[in-house]
Design a binder for this molecule. Structure first.
Ligand code: KG4
Ligand code: ZN
Length: 342
């Protein structure tokens, strides 16, 4: 079964063709990072305009790279939530038009479900149920992946997403947007124990995350030093931040595994590219004898392959939408709007 997947929830216009969910025949990503960089973050209006310009060539290239035609597709999957509303609307409207014109089924895919599915592409043996830590620029959560299309959120961030904290700390250290990868590189040269940073306790659900105190602590160290005319050890501050953020992510995931009894863990989302998070999670899982699945680096960030893959599972589960499908900016994983499904 061939699925065309389309993604436009943030600053990447992406499309891919998947075969039977697990095999990727093409994966085209057109990133807008260079354009948003000068503003220090994604400018929603610019993102929407670029998606409008890029979506047709990106989808055409995904089909031609796969050596297939639109006619050969069994269904068209698209990210409809969550994300920047104007950006999501471009992909959703485009996919609706394609589906209506070609008479193909339209599959609305949740962006986070897509990130989770990125591991199916690289790991043929991975099957639900398992526990997945998702850390991206907009979301951070631990999900119980009960089935390919059934999720329960066990923990979430109370404030900033992990990627957001990486990006803000990178900015104060002088790195351009998106800064996560720069923190990662700087951290490899620094001393992770040089700066003691806080790990907040969250009242209520003790599996929940909070990154804003950690982010503020890093910003304050940098600002205070600057005001006093002192030098900071930027690489060590990056390393200390990365170590503390990774510890928060990994400790809570291990606690969630203990509470639920899961021994299979997966990692997903843009921050899953982080070398500190990957190695700490690897160590923690190895110690406990858990199986760990992580996406290859090229599938960590936003891409169309993960949407085409999740689209396959949503398709065979009968999760189809009609022409009333609309984009949704905020929608927790596992709570899709049933009004869109027929
Ligand atoms: O999943 P994603 O591509 O977009 C969203 O859905 O948000 O995640 C983007 C986030 C950004 O905050 C970016 O800085 C972060 O992932 N990121 C990293 C690394 N690579 C990307 N964070 C830490 N270390 C990295 N190597
Ligand atoms: Zn994402």
């Amino acid at each position: 079964m061939l699925i065309l997947g389309i993604e436009s929830s943030c600053d990447e216009t992406a499309a891919a063709v998947s075969l039977d969910g697990r095999t990727i025949l093409s994966n085209v990503v057109s990133t807008q990072i260079e354009e948003h960089k000068k503003f220090g973050g994604v400018v929603p209006e610019i993102a929407s305009r670029r998606h409008c310009e890029n979506i047709l060539p990106v989808v055409k290239k995904a089909l031609s790279d796969a050596g297939r035609t639109l006619d050969e597709m069994d269904a068209i999957a698209v990210t409809y939530a969550p994300g920047l509303i104007g950006a999501l609307l471009v992909g959703t409207s485009f996919a609706k038009g394609l589906a209506m014109a070609s008479g193909k089924p339209l599959i609305p895919v949740h962006h986070i479900a897509g990130h989770i599915a990125s591991n199916y592409i690289a790991h043929a043996e991975l099957r639900p149920p398992y526990l997945c830590l998702i850390a991206s620029g907009g979301h951070t959560m631990i999900a119980d992946v009960k089935d390919y299309t059934e999720f329960e959120i066990l923990a979430r961030t109370r404030d900033d997403a992990a990627g957001e904290a990486f990006d803000k700390c990178a900015r104060v250290l002088g790195y351009p947007y998106p800064g996560g990868v720069h923190i990662d590189k700087a951290a490899q040269k620094g001393d992770m124990h040089r700066y003691k940073l806080p790990i907040p306790k969250v009242a209520g659900n003790d599996l929940d995350f909070s990154f804003s105190g950690l982010k503020t602590a890093v910003i304050n160290i940098a600002h205070n030093a600057r005001q006093k005319g002192e030098e900071i050890d930027g690489d060590s501050l990056a390393a200390s931040f990365q170590f503390t953020a990774a510890k928060m992510l990994v400790d809570n995931t291990m606690a969630a595994a203990e509470q639920t009894g899961y021994r299979t863990i997966a990692l997903a989302g843009g921050v899953s590219a982080n070398s500190g998070v990957r190695s700490m999670l690897e160590g923690a899982c190895k110690k406990r004898g858990y199986a760990l699945y992580m996406p290859p680096l090229h599938l960590c960030g936003d891409n169309g392959a993960m949407i085409a893959c999740q689209g396959y599972y949503d398709h065979i589960a009968g999760k189809h939408a009609d022409a009333t499908l609309n984009a949704v900016a905020t929608l927790p994983l596992g709570t899709e709007s049933p009004a869109f499904f027929r």
